[in-house]
Design a protein around this ligand. Sequence first.
Ligand SMILES: Nc1ncnc2c1ncn2[C@@H]1O[C@H](COP(=O)(O)OP(=O)(O)O)[C@@H](O)[C@H]1O
Ligand SMILES: [Mg+2]
Length: 236
Amino acid sequence: MIQVQNLHKSYKGNSVLRGVDFKANKGEIIGVIGKNGAGKSTFLEIIMTLKNYDEGEVTVFGQDLQKLTEQQHQAIRANISAVLQPTQFFKNLKVEELLHLFKAYYRSNTNIEQIIKDFQLESHRKTYFEKLSGGWKQKISLAVAFLSNPKLIILDEPTTGLDPHMRNTLWTYITEYNQKTNGTVILTTHYMDEVEMYCDKVLLINDGKAELFTTPKNILALGYSSINDFYLQNVL
Ligand SMILES: Nc1ncnc2c1ncn2[C@@H]1O[C@H](COP(=O)(O)OP(=O)(O)O)[C@@H](O)[C@H]1O
Ligand SMILES: [Mg+2]
């Protein structure tokens, strides 16, 4: 799905990524972790072809991004869905209107009523997006992201600031999507319990480098009581 080698990215001389190696296979759920400002969002945006980079090789669906035209980038984007932060949906649309709009946009044949049922959106279908709570906004964003039946879904802090029930709900959808479609999920999170419970692999970006890329199981095998324990001891 994705292969990244020795990725470097700077913003006007300010070096953010300084050698990141990464690989995502079909059907994997991968958590990207690291301090605020570590470069996690930048990394996701590069994979999504939304940002360029200075050095290294990024291959998505078998194609080297640096060798592609803008039109070819768009073709790649058609197979990726993303929930980036902050969510910038059309404020003056109701939930059901948003779903229909994006269904048309993606030329998706997904049944909206099924989505409303699966995501339990009935109670809020007539609510304007801007009037929703943070958790509901994330839930709707995720429902929209799934509309296009993407091969790859990229989520930037999808559960930040949500209560435990809402976090649990979102993870139920993410794992169901992953199991039903064998779709790949790459997400960032600051919740180490999510990494431990749901992620097949974890990428730690520290000081601009991929400091660690392995399974949560391998981390625990080093003797840490939890991924949180590992993080607190190693990311200083
Ligand atoms: N468009 C931009 N222009 C300049 N600097 C940026 C831009 N986007 C991000 N940065 C800087 O790059 C660093 C990494 O940011 P980001 O990728 O958002 O990190 P994270 O998502 O891990 O918090 C930060 O120091 C941030 O200020
Ligand atoms: Mg970020």
